[in-house]
Design a protein around this ligand. Structure first.
Ligand code: GUN
Length: 284
């Protein structure tokens, strides 16, 4: 029977520490980290995520600014807002909530953000820095996953980590991070043959597929660590991960629940990146 990794508790502890660091930065150096959050349109899930990010900022002493733009905002208008936020000395971090409406090219928006304010670490400069290991910011979800493993005293070095995702937000950057930590990494995706067989060879299995009950107990070898990044809303309105939690937890050594696993860690790492941005811009 698995030990359940409590992301809610671990993230609360990290936020408490960040809160103290932020208070010290203010009293000792007059620095108040700040984050601008941009949301375009009225996607309900994005609205919830943005509200959660703002609340987390308020709780730990990060100044937050919200820019809520209508759905028909043009790409030029959005880029001009980003130019303004890049210039503003009172804005340390810029986060543009994804997905953007279809008429806006996401990558040109991401590439417009000054890399030193790119708290998502989505800009190509920050993606490249992650590749070489010379990074300022780590992307939030992958960083949160590694932190969950560290806080649970789960060794990464030498382990076989199977990641089901090749996305720019989760799969690819997580693979790089795990590689920096001396894991052996396999990335799987929708065209992978023998997926179940590969999953059964994992010491650490990470799923970010977006389909409830995708990972079943026959895909997991005894003792595996299972990290569930999925966020799937069922017909009953409840959030579920990718993993058939009740059956898979009988087999694994550790498992993250959904909700209360990776999700709270993502926000926590965003807060961490906002503090890093403030320090970088102060000359540290
Ligand atoms: N949409 C879903 N996840 C994310 C994220 O981590 N950052 C941003 N900017 N948008 C998202």
């Amino acid at each position: 029977m698995a030990c359940i990794i409590d992301g809610k508790r671990i993230s609360a502890e990290i936020r408490e520490k960040l809160k103290i660091d932020i208070a010290n930065l203010k009293t000792e150096r007059g620095i108040v980290p700040s984050l601008a959050v941009v949301i375009v349109g009225d996607d309900p899930a994005s609205r919830v995520y943005v509200n959660n990010k703002k609340r987390a900022c308020d709780e730990i002493g990060i100044m937050s600014y919200e820019f809520a733009l209508p759905c028909d905002t043009s790409q030029a208008e959005l880029l001009s807002l980003i130019d303004e936020l890049n210039r503003r000395a009172d804005v340390n971090g810029i986060l543009v909530q994804m997905p953007l409406p279809a008429h806006i090219n996401e990558s040109s928006v991401i590439e417009r953000i000054n890399p030193i304010k790119d708290v998502d670490a989505f800009h190509e400069i920050n993606v490249g820095k992650l590749m070489t290991g010379n990074f300022n910011f780590l992307p939030c979800t992958p960083a949160g996953i590694v932190r969950l493993l560290d806080e649970s005293n789960i060794d990464i070095a030498g382990k076989h980590c199977v990641i089901i995702s090749r996305s720019n937000i989760v799969g690819k950057p997580l693979a790089m991070l795990m590689l920096h930590r001396d894991a052996t990494v396999t990335i799987c995706h929708s065209k992978t043959s023998n997926l179940a067989e590969i999953c059964r060879t994992a010491d650490i299995l990470v799923s970010a597929v977006g389909r409830a009950n995708f990972i079943t107990s026959d895909m997991v070898a005894p003792g595996t660590v299972v990290i569930d990044v999925g966020i799937n809303r069922g017909g009953d309105g409840k959030i579920r991960g990718d993993v058939d939690f009740e059956n898979v937890k009988q087999v694994t050594s550790y498992i993250t629940p959904v909700p209360g696993g990776v999700g709270p860690m993502t926000i926590c790492m965003l807060m961490h990146n906002a503090v890093t941005a403030a320090l970088l811009q102060s000359g540290d």
